[in-house]
Design a protein around this ligand. Sequence first.
Ligand code: MN
Length: 349
Amino acid sequence: MKLSFRWYGKDDPVTLQNIRQIPNMRSVVSAVYDVKPGEVWPEESIAEMKKEVEANGMLFDIVESVPVPENIKLGAPDADKLIDVYCENIRRCAKYGIKCITYNFMPVFDWTRTQLDKVATDGSTSLVMYMDQLKGLDPLKDDIHLPGWDSSYTQSEVRDLIAAYGELGEEGLWRNLEHFLKKIIPVAEECGVQMAIHPDDPPYPIFGIPRIITNEANLDRMLSIVDSPANCLCLCTGSLGCAAFNDIPKMVRKYSAMNRIAFMHIRQVTLMEDGSFEESGHLSACGSLDMYEIVKALVETGFDGYVRPDHGRMIWGETGKPGYGLYDRALGAAYINGLFEACEKENKK
Ligand SMILES: [Mn+2]
């Protein structure tokens, strides 16, 4: 496996000097942040990031994310023009050595939580989603703003988007994903890039907005739209794992054996009876997912893709971007290293 770590660029309080000191760290996962979705990434920006990462002894060979503009997901009249721009970004990334590009096809909101700094009994804080806080909220009627939602939208733009997606429905969203994949995957193949779709987080509809990258049947459907080694998953254990219907070790084993996992996000969640969940420390003992079984499934199927510790808690007084501090993600990386070493040695016996 190729151990990696997400970095938000020069404004990230976590520095490349910090990241390189995490044992076995290979790749920095980042993106060009100074252009809007739907615009071409300046080559200088990609080259600059590559230079900086390499100057710190690591590789910049994986991107998260090249965002998909809403109008592609909605199948708006300018969708094809935007897909052309998307393809150009794939080519530009490939030119600078990128081997894997992460993206998602989630309408409107990248992820949904009700609180970003829930204090646990040990004093750490983490992101949570409590169903009783979601209940009764109606973004079509109320002026609500949940953490993580794109603040560049006005409330009325959010309402229009939600209404448009409501009308589109799940099958409409599938149609637009199919159109997108059929155009981008041949370009990715040509450039030697794997496209890795991130599952919806959480993996079920919220506020009536359709969500399709959610469960095993839908992942099968997504992969079969273009049956190519370039059409892959970014299997995020925490996103898929906050729904009890997903058996994560089983899904990891299946898709890794098919060679269709390009990128693993390894993260723990504690799932509650009413569907609420809390992000917790990476260890199996800290939540609902069996990390040993997940890593074992990867090792036994010969996985050699990218892995990163996903969201960490905020610990030891660290402040910064919720979920993306240094300390707990570094503990996650150390744990992931340990699980892989043990499983690899066991597998060789
Ligand atoms: Mn993730």
